[in-house]
Design a binder for this molecule. Structure first.
Ligand code: 2F8
Ligand code: CA
Length: 169
């Protein structure tokens, strides 16, 4: 947030100023009056196709990448891969298949970790997963799961999938 300072009002162009000559006005009031205050990060994200679901914003990629390249893409946008914190967030994922989520066990086989460092507590693995069938260290939403609420699957991190970035309001 820019520093809010008091400035002198220049009323030299008659009829064009909102304030009287000699007034002191704060820059935040000027920006609000000009509409600049409405151009928040959230607004520009929404204009760019991000989906709002409090307290987060999500962007579903159109392109496919490896897990790490997907994560880097999210980080480059000031976000990260999605962290599924509760059942409501898992429900939000229902329409999306074959997308990366921010979960991996690359650092320590069998110890699944979210990108934000939170431990894996609630889990929505498909039956029999994660099975590490051929060095599978990254998690996707499987398109083959019978129950979409139990659909996570571990796959090789070099696999190419779409991905979901998450940012917070
Ligand atoms: O592509 C790897 C993927 O292959 C199968 O799913 C189609 C495995 N599922 C079962 O063995 C039930 C996945 O575990 C594996 O990740
Ligand atoms: Ca698997």
């Amino acid at each position: 947030m820019a520093e809010d300072i008091l400035v002198d009002v220049d009323n030299s162009e008659e009829g064009r100023s909102y304030w009287d000559q000699g007034d002191k006005i704060s820059t935040s009031k000027i920006f609000n009056k000009m509409g600049i205050g409405r151009h928040s990060k959230k607004d520009s994200r929404l204009a760019d196709g991000w989906i709002a679901r409090k307290p987060s914003l999500y962007k579903v990629s159109s392109e496919k990448r490896s897990w790490q390249e997907s994560r880097d893409s999210c980080l480059n946008m000031g976000a990260d891969l999605i962290v599924v914190n509760d059942i409501e967030e898992q429900k939000f994922l229902l329409p999306y298949k074959n997308v990366w989520i921010g979960l991996s066990d690359t650092d320590n086989e069998g110890v699944w970790k979210w990108v934000d460092g939170t431990p894996l507590t609630i889990k929505y693995w498909a039956p029999g997963e994660p099975n590490n069938a051929g060095n599978e260290d990254c998690a996707e939403i499987s398109s083959k799961a019978a129950n979409p609420m139990k659909a996570w699957n571990d796959v090789p991190c070099y696999s190419s999938f779409q991905y979901i970035c998450e940012d917070h309001f």
